[in-house]
Design a protein around this ligand. Structure first.
Ligand code: ATP
Length: 399
């Protein structure tokens, strides 16, 4: 079954609002094994809406529409559906009662204009909206030799749309015969193309399960999409792929799902009863910020693992001296120090940003010089993550 999602509203086509409904609905349909072929966004213009519905009905079996169900003159979804199927709008008695009740309950008189919300294209069925005034519209368009093309129109307001989808639309959709489960594995310290090369066949198009690679601020994420007859089958596929990924990428793998480097570090420090403090020049407090957030959100919630840090602009001491002084005064087991950035030009006239990182502890002394030629916008975050990764590797030696 192929689907199209249509987002209606001039506030979307003008760029004033971002269409988040289509993204959310696509994820929902994927769970039912329904493949979304098109996302279309259309302004509040009747003829454009009619034309779009016509072309959508010619290419897919299911059309989910959001927006344009309100009472104002620019809300044209019901007229567009009626226009495209060439039927009249007719009043639905129950919807009118619900609408009147909605206003009575709020002690307000119903504006005449709202009556349009109880009008439906002939042959369609209202979809109840317990939280707003606008019912949705369900319509099945017969097609010769095929099952009907289904149109479900829902309100634009995301919370109303989601409730209506879950409670009213999803149960009426075919599906359930395919179960989809997803999992993510996060890596750091390796590039996207190197990851792809190492994983080889696993990331090939059409393989089962599907494994995609994405990169965000130097974190590489393997997205496993499993499809099967039941949940157990999906989980088995995910388990097999995870084992291959762990086997091939080893210590580059640091976490799963939403886990960030700092979450893993906080958890490990708490488990090992260790602590650290930071000195940050080039990263300007990014490490401290991320660690503080991880400490707040960690279930064990122990702030003991982080003894705080300094954000340095300049210093008369060397990074080594600064780190040693903090190690002596802070009672932390480790000091993670990020030095100032130095920019130079390399042989091919590209700017190279160099940042020293130092990790010291009682019997630990590791230093490295980070060297970035890529996008300067992510230099700070990349450096912060690289420094955290240095600490992660040190903690792994204790496990
Ligand atoms: P209402 O009864 O509120 O008029 P409606 O069905 O007519 O509902 P719209 O008027 O089109 O919906 O949109 C209402 C609000 O919902 C918009 O101002 C916008 O904030 C939000 N909205 C609409 N469509 C989307 C979308 N595709 N993604 C995210 N938000 C949306």
């Amino acid at each position: 079954m192929l689907a199209e999602i249509i987002a209606i509203g001039s506030e979307l086509t003008s760029g004033a609002k971002l269409d988040t409904n289509s993204q959310w609905l696509s994820l929902q349909l994927a769970e039912l094994g329904i493949s979304v072929q098109f996302h279309s966004t259309v302004a509040d213009d009747l003829q454009s809406n009619i034309d779009l519905l016509k072309s959508a009905a010619a290419r897919v079996d299911l059309i989910l529409v959001t927006g344009g169900l309100g009472p104002t003159l620019d809300d044209l979804t019901r007229q567009a559906i009626a226009g495209f199927t060439d039927v009249e709008l007719v009043e639905d008695f129950e919807s009118m009662e619900h609408l009147e009740g909605f206003f009575v309950a709020r002690g307000r008189e119903m504006p005449e204009r709202n009556r349009i919300q109880a009008m439906f294209p002939a042959g369609s069925t209202p979809i109840e909206n317990p939280v707003g005034t606008a019912p949705g519209i369900w319509l099945e368009i017969p097609r010769a030799g095929k099952s009907p093309c289904v149109i479900a129109a829902m309100p634009g307001v995301p919370s109303e749309m989601r409730k209506m989808y879950h409670e009213q639309v999803k149960p009426r959709l075919p599906g359930g015969e395919v179960v989809i489960r997803r999992s993510r594995i996060n890596c750091f310290g390796i590039g996207e193309s190197a990851t792809e090369e190492i994983l080889g066949e696993l990331t090939a198009r059409g393989s089962t399960p599907e494994v995609g690679i994405t990169a965000h601020e130097a974190t590489i994420t393997m997205r496993i999409n499993a499809q099967g007859k039941n949940e157990a089958e999906c989980l088995q596929q995910i388990e097999t792929a995870s084992q291959v990924i762990h086997g091939k990428l080893g210590d580059y793998v640091f976490g799963v799902e939403d886990e960030e480097l700092e979450d893993v570090i906080v958890r490990e420090l708490i488990r090992l009863n260790k602590s650290f403090a930071t000195i940050e020049h080039a990263t300007a407090g990014l490490i401290a910020q991320r660690i503080a957030h991880a400490v707040q959100t960690d279930e064990c919630g122990s702030s003991e693992c982080y003894k705080g840090g300094t954000v340095a602009v300049s210093s008369s001491m060397s990074l080594e001296q600064e780190a040693q002084a903090l190690l002596d005064s802070s009672h932390a087991d480790y000091i993670l120090a990020v030095g100032p950035e130095a920019v130079r030009t390399n042989g091919s006239s590209r700017l190279v940003s160099e940042i020293p990182v130092l990790l010291i502890g009682r019997n630990v002394h590791t230093e490295t010089l980070l060297s970035w030629t890529g996008n300067p916008a992510i230099t700070k975050i990349r450096s912060a993550k690289s420094a955290l990764d240095l600490l992660r590797h040190e903690l792994m030696k204790l496990s």
